[in-house]
Design a protein around this ligand. Structure first.
Ligand code: ADP
Length: 486
């Protein structure tokens, strides 16, 4: 076997301790797959308020770290827990920074001290390694909240022997979130002003945590091969495309996997009745339960569409809004679970009042309901403007819930258009970002739904598709090995 590595995964959210989106799922699942490959894998995250509610439990380590913030020093208190029994997770606690709910900000905007909060976390990642005597071969950072770790290693810690052999991998989960702050935050971070250049951390006169990572990390990854290409273009690059093109040799796209321990209708404790591809009876029980939960008045054969999503324009909500009337005219029903942009929250709440029998709306974040929706509906809509990977469509496959998606990023990579002649394929895709193209995809999907034998075949294809983590973890393992030779 390849060399056993010491790997630290740093992320601002890790399931089941804290979750706002797909990042948490990945940061919770990848370590398990890497552990199975024999690596010494650990995880580090902030001790957000919600962490205390996790059934896995956390305990104080009796250790602390002292972190310079501008002219002052702040303390981080360390806690630990075990993911899957044998993976240590470390939490950096600081009441004033992290004892908050929600994690990143309120509906009125991000917390004004987010720069300082994550400057503190990034330095803590390195100080915790020293404090517990863990010399990682790889620190695998994720998204802008961990973006300064590579910058610290290449500057402030450049001569620190403890990290002499440590390399960094940085994963982009969503290029749209960049952590761009006033340049004065460089001082808070204690990073040299010399990195505030076009080739460094400067981004349109701001200090960018994301760009710092794109420049200073030894290797870059993102969460699907298509997204890896897209982000090097102007259309998807969020003005970072030039930086990414400059590093294209070091940028790899690896499609995320699915944690089938968590997302599997055969064993899922959250759903009404378990089922699998051979024994489907449970799916109907789940559909009836879902209709009940949302007080929908539908028949067993009413096509039921769903979304479980952040309510953000990225997710193509505008297209859905423009297509919903047609969908209802076709005799379909619709449920949505989501939170985010108040404009969308209000729209869906109104729609629910207008069509209480046909449209179900739950505003908020509800892990159990997410499982119930994926199990109980017939179709999942994901018409995203852009989609780095997307996990929900891969979860829905396993539950025999057919995805109708825009062919972009990870959606393009994970869903194969169903061909009614060959009976191959797993879902329905469209490309131009217009309501009309979404409508056509929906109509195609409905026509297959109405032909029982085709529908049986399509949903069997979906439930048998395998997106387990093994493949992805193997690729990460290879990349880690390659970066150590740099
Ligand atoms: P993103 O990370 O862009 O939000 P993904 O599809 O990659 O999108 O991952 C979303 C994850 O968050 C999935 O696990 C999905 O079930 C979950 N999720 C999104 N919104 C909600 C919600 N309102 N309630 C519960 N889970 C949600």
């Amino acid at each position: 076997m390849a060399q056993k590595l010491k790997i630290l995964i740093a992320a601002s959210e890790v399931y089941p301790y804290a979750k706002t989106g797909g990042l948490a799922d990945i940061a919770g699942a990848l370590p398990k797959a890497l552990k199975q490959m024999g690596h010494d894998i650990r995880v580090i995250m902030p001790k957000h308020k919600v962490v205390a509610q996790c059934p896995l439990g956390i305990r104080p380590m009796g250790l602390d770290v002292t972190i310079p913030i501008g002219e002052t020093q702040k303390m981080g208190f360390l806690y630990t827990s075990n993911l899957n029994e044998d993976i240590p997770v470390y939490f950096v606690g600081n009441e004033s920074y992290f004892s908050r709910d929600p994690i990143y900000g309120t509906r009125y905007g991000d917390y004004s001290d987010n720069a300082e909060r994550f400057i503190f976390f990034c330095q803590s990642v390195l100080e915790v390694c020293k404090s517990i005597g863990f010399q990682p071969d790889i620190i695998h950072c994720n998204d802008w909240q961990t973006g300064l770790v590579p910058a610290y290693l290449k500057t402030v810690y450049a001569d620190d022997k403890f990290f002499k052999n440590t390399r960094t991998v940085f994963s982009i989960h969503n290029l749209g979130y960049q952590g761009n702050f006033p340049s004065s935050e460089l001082k808070t971070a204690g990073l040299p002003f010399s990195i505030f250049t076009l080739e460094g951390a400067e981004f349109y006169n701001h200090f960018s945590f994301l760009k710092s990572a794109l420049v200073f990390a030894d290797l870059l990854t993102t969460v699907s091969p298509s997204y890896a290409k897209e982000i090097q273009t102007k259309a998807f690059g969020f003005k970072m495309d030039g930086v990414l093109r400059a590093r294209s040799q070091d940028l790899f796209g690896i499609l995320n996997g699915v944690d089938y321990q968590e997302w599997n209708p055969e064993t899922d404790p959250a759903i009404e009745k378990n089922y699998d591809s051979k024994n489907r009876a449970g799916k109907l029980a789940c559909k009836r339960k879902l209709a009940d939960l949302f007080s929908l008045k539908i028949e067993d054969d009413t096509p039921l569409f769903s979304m479980v999503t952040r309510l953000s324009s990225q997710k193509g909500i505008d297209l859905v809004i423009e297509t919903l009337d047609d969908l209802l005219d076709e005799g379909a029903a619709f449920v949505v679970l989501g939170s985010g942009d108040s404009m969308y929250e209000e729209y869906f709440s109104k729609l629910n009042k207008q069509y209480p029998d046909r449209v179900g709306v739950r505003i908020g974040f509800d892990e159990k309901l997410a499982h119930q929706i994926l199990a109980g509906s017939d179709f999942l809509l994901m018409p995203s403007q852009y989609e780095p990977c997307g996990l929900t469509q891969m979860y829905s496959l396993k539950y025999g819930t057919v995805p109708v998606v825009r062919s972009v990023g990870g959606l393009a990579d994970s869903i194969v258009e169903f061909n009614p002649k060959t009976l191959k394929g797993t879902g329905f895709k469209f490309k131009p970002f217009t309501p009309d193209h979404l409508r056509r995809a929906v109509l195609k999907a409905l026509s297959v739904y109405r032909k029982k034998d085709r529908w049986q075949k399509l949903t069997a294809n979906d439930m048998n598709a395998d997106f387990g983590w093994d493949k992805a973890a193997k690729k990460y393992g290879q990349l880690y090995q390659s970066v150590l030779k740099k």
